[in-house]
Design a protein around this ligand. Structure first.
Ligand SMILES: [Zn+2]
Length: 146
């Protein structure tokens, strides 16, 4: 399902995600990201997550464990909004293209998707690094002790 005039929230995320083969999340607030992640875990859907802030962007692929909430357990107290700090349009294009590439790899099985890893791109110095994401046993969404 694709709808441009429907706001996704925790009440409708499950229904929307259930009909998808894969979900790309480029939303700009943690409440929506958490709702999308929970729906993806509940319905066993792969999630390609992308985010940008100032000059830095990140991309990750989540399939079961670890999930996005293992990476971001709670809304960071110093979280910045795109409205407050601005968005570099070209960076949105870079991260969006990386998300599309990851989605194609997940769907086709080609290559090695960023599953369990987070790619961080620093647009100011044009450098990337990739870090591993561990599953959190106490994760509120996918953990064994939830
Ligand atoms: Zn988790």
């Amino acid at each position: 399902m694709c709808s441009s005039d429907l706001a996704l929230d925790s009440a409708n995320a499950g229904r929307l995600v259930a009909s998808a083969d894969l979900v790309l999340d480029g939303t700009d607030d943690f409440a929506t990201r958490f709702a999308v992640n929970a729906a993806c875990v509940a319905h066993g859907k792969p999630l390609v997550s992308g985010a940008i802030g100032r000059w830095t962007g990140q991309v990750g692929v989540f399939k079961g464990q670890p999930c996005y909430r293992c990476l971001v357990p709670d809304i960071p107290p110093d979280a910045e909004t795109c409205a407050a700090v601005g968005v570099i349009g070209a960076l949105a294009g870079v991260i969006g293209s990386m998300m599309a590439l990851e989605a194609i790899k997940v769907i086709t099985g080609a290559g090695e998707a960023l599953e369990g890893r987070l790619l961080i791109y620093d647009g100011l110095v044009a450098e990337t690094r990739t870090v591993r994401i561990g599953a959190d046993p106490g994760c509120a969404v996918c953990g064994e002790r939830r």
